[in-house]
Design a protein around this ligand. Structure first.
Ligand code: ZN
Length: 165
């Protein structure tokens, strides 16, 4: 086996570990107190249902959390999203959402996704790259982006979102 293949395998198992960890022990699995927005995301293809709540103040995502039921990927993605965005400026949400979408659809690799976000978000993109494994499974892309769609809806003042389209 060539060296590059070994590295790719290592990365794959590392990614799997991160997703299993967040899927089993989701961070910020709750409702944000005094939240300023709330939105539910549905992914009928897989049965994932995630409700995102956030509190915005002074242009910052002061708190962000989620609740719901879903497959390991949808829960892991929501958990990682809450960790990455808590305390960040609001526009970080759109930037990281674009990064996750591009990573999951294969439109960008990790370096390209990092180059497209603010330097302060670079480390978050590294972690979120764990979700990029879904690019081999198009149906799973919706699982990985569900919480992000819900968050964007939440910030735009909509209450429902679906990844059906
Ligand atoms: Zn799912």
């Amino acid at each position: 086996m060539r060296r590059s293949e070994t590295l790719a395998d290592d990365l794959r198992s590392l990614y799997q570990e991160i997703i299993l960890d967040h899927g089993k022990t989701p961070r910020n699995f709750r409702v944000v107190e005094h939240h300023s927005c709330k939105a539910q995301g549905n992914n009928p293809m897989c049965g994932d249902r995630i409700t995102v709540t956030a509190r915005v103040g002074n242009g910052t995502l002061e708190d962000i959390a989620f609740e719901g039921k879903g497959c390991a990927i949808s829960i892991a993605s929501a958990s990682m999203m809450s960790e990455a965005l808590k305390g960040q400026p609001i526009d970080a949400a759109q930037q990281l959402f674009s990064a996750v979408r591009d990573l999951c659809t294969g439109k960008a690799d990790t370096d390209q996704a990092k180059a497209a976000v603010a330097p302060a978000l670079s480390d978050s993109v590294d972690k979120l790259a764990a979700l990029s494994g879904v690019r081999q499974f198009p149906v799973r892309v919706k699982c990985a982006t569900l919480a992000w769609h819900a968050l964007i809806s939440c910030l735009e003042g909509k209450t429902q979102t679906t990844t059906e389209k």
